[in-house]
Design a protein around this ligand. Structure first.
Ligand SMILES: Cc1cc2nc3c(=O)[nH]c(=O)nc-3n(C[C@H](O)[C@H](O)[C@H](O)COP(=O)(O)O)c2cc1C
Length: 358
């Protein structure tokens, strides 16, 4: 079995350990989607991760899901990321940019546009807006002619991200955002080539990946999926068939990695492992509810064939998570109240482990 502390070759880069910082939106960018010096410090504090996956960055204005998230659709936004990638690299780390199109999970108050999704079906729940949480609006159904533009937006963002110093990109195909809305059979009611059959529902994901691979290369492209997850009301009634078809198509690209959340049963995930020839990242915490994933979860999934393990919440409160796992130090718990607010408090203020004399 692999250890969390073995090296791993990921595309063109060698990771010194198998601990991945999972993507986490912390909504501390400027209102026009620029990365900030505080973001550079936050990520640089966590650069001992084998790989950092950034918070979701929108590939277009309409793709922005939450206020104060960073973008990768203007030159100014791309330029602003340079301080982040440079700080991570200066501290010896590696970073992929997560590209996240929110689709229907957004609000006109956030970007001035009516959100667009596969169909005119609203997300379930209240979305974040600049004036607080509000019911998810009814999105506009994308026209057939428009869908490819959204697929290409991931590639355009990827190009900008690589130019800004990212080592690669991760397409956000999980958690009920646009790619999973297309995969879903209750958010996607389309009757064109992007809806209906499994082959049609996976088409948007595959096209987004194909464009991105063409733009930045397969070795710099990963994708995150959450099979069966019901975030924001998406449903997938045929999870094994849907994801088997999708992962088989994706396998042909020789991507840097597939990042799976534990949002379905182990048998389904094991079957996906069996048909995925490349690097597999598993995010155990997605299946644990309020419990923060720890070393036992990592060992479990390494035994089940994962190559890398991603941790989200544990990285918020433990910037030195790799070292704590390596020597078995206790893990601090993150304060939920500062996940999405608090400025530098709860963002830059978690210390590395400090020994307390007994
Ligand atoms: C504050 C916060 C923000 C998150 N933002 C994102 C995001 O931008 N993209 C994404 O794919 N997942 C996001 N997630 C989900 C995490 O990547 C991860 O799947 C989840 O927290 C479960 O893993 P954990 O127990 O290790 O934290 C977020 C989670 C948290 C707690």
């Amino acid at each position: 079995m692999n250890s969390l502390f073995d090296n791993h070759q990921l595309g063109h880069i060698e990771l010194p350990n198998r601990v991945v910082m999972a993507p986490m939106s912390r909504v501390r960018a400027t209102t026009d989607g620029l990365a900030t010096p505080a973001m550079a410090t936050y990520y640089a504090q966590r650069a001992t991760a084998g790989l950092i996956v950034s918070e979701g960055a929108q590939p277009s204005l309409i793709g922005q899901s939450n206020p104060s998230t960073p973008g990768l659709h203007t030159d100014e936004q791309a330029e602003s990321w340079r301080q982040v990638t440079a700080a991570i690299h200066a501290n010896g780390g590696r970073v992929f940019a997560q590209i996240m199109h929110g689709g229907r999970v957004s609000h006109p108050e956030t970007h001035g546009l009516q959100p667009a999704g596969p169909s005119a079906v609203p997300a379930v729940g209240d979305v974040f807006t600049p004036s607080g949480r509000q019911p998810a609006p009814i999105p506009r159904a994308m026209t057939t002619a428009e869908v490819p533009e959204h697929a290409r937006s991931y590639a355009d963002a990827a190009r900008r991200g690589i130019a800004a110093g990212f080592d690669g990109v991760e397409l956000h195909g999980a958690n009920g955002y646009l790619i999973q809305q297309f995969l879903s059979d209750n958010a996607n009611l389309r009757t064109d080539r992007y809806g209906g059959s499994v082959a049609n529902r996976i088409r948007f994901a595959v096209e987004a990946v194909a464009h991105t691979v063409e733009a930045v290369g397969a070795a710099r492209t990963g994708i995150r999926l959450s099979p069966g997850a019901t975030f924001w009301g998406v449903q997938e009634n045929d999870v094994p068939a849907l994801y088997t078809a999708l992962v088989k198509e994706l396998a042909a690209f020789d991507l840097a990695y597939l990042h799976l959340e534990v949002t379905t049963d182990e048998a389904t995930l094991a079957a996906l492992r069996a048909i995925w020839p490349g690097t597999l990242i598993i995010n155990p915490g997605a299946g644990l509810g309020p419990v923060q994933a720890g070393p036992a979860d990592a060992d479990h999934w390494l035994r089940k064939g994962a190559d890398l393990i991603s941790f989200g919440r544990a990285f918020i409160a433990n910037p030195d998570l790799v070292e704590r796992l390596r020597i078995g130090l206790p893990l601090a718990t993150a304060d939920e109240a500062t996940y999405f607010e608090g400025g530098n408090h709860g963002y830059l203020t978690y210390p590395a482990y400090q020994h307390q004399a007994a």
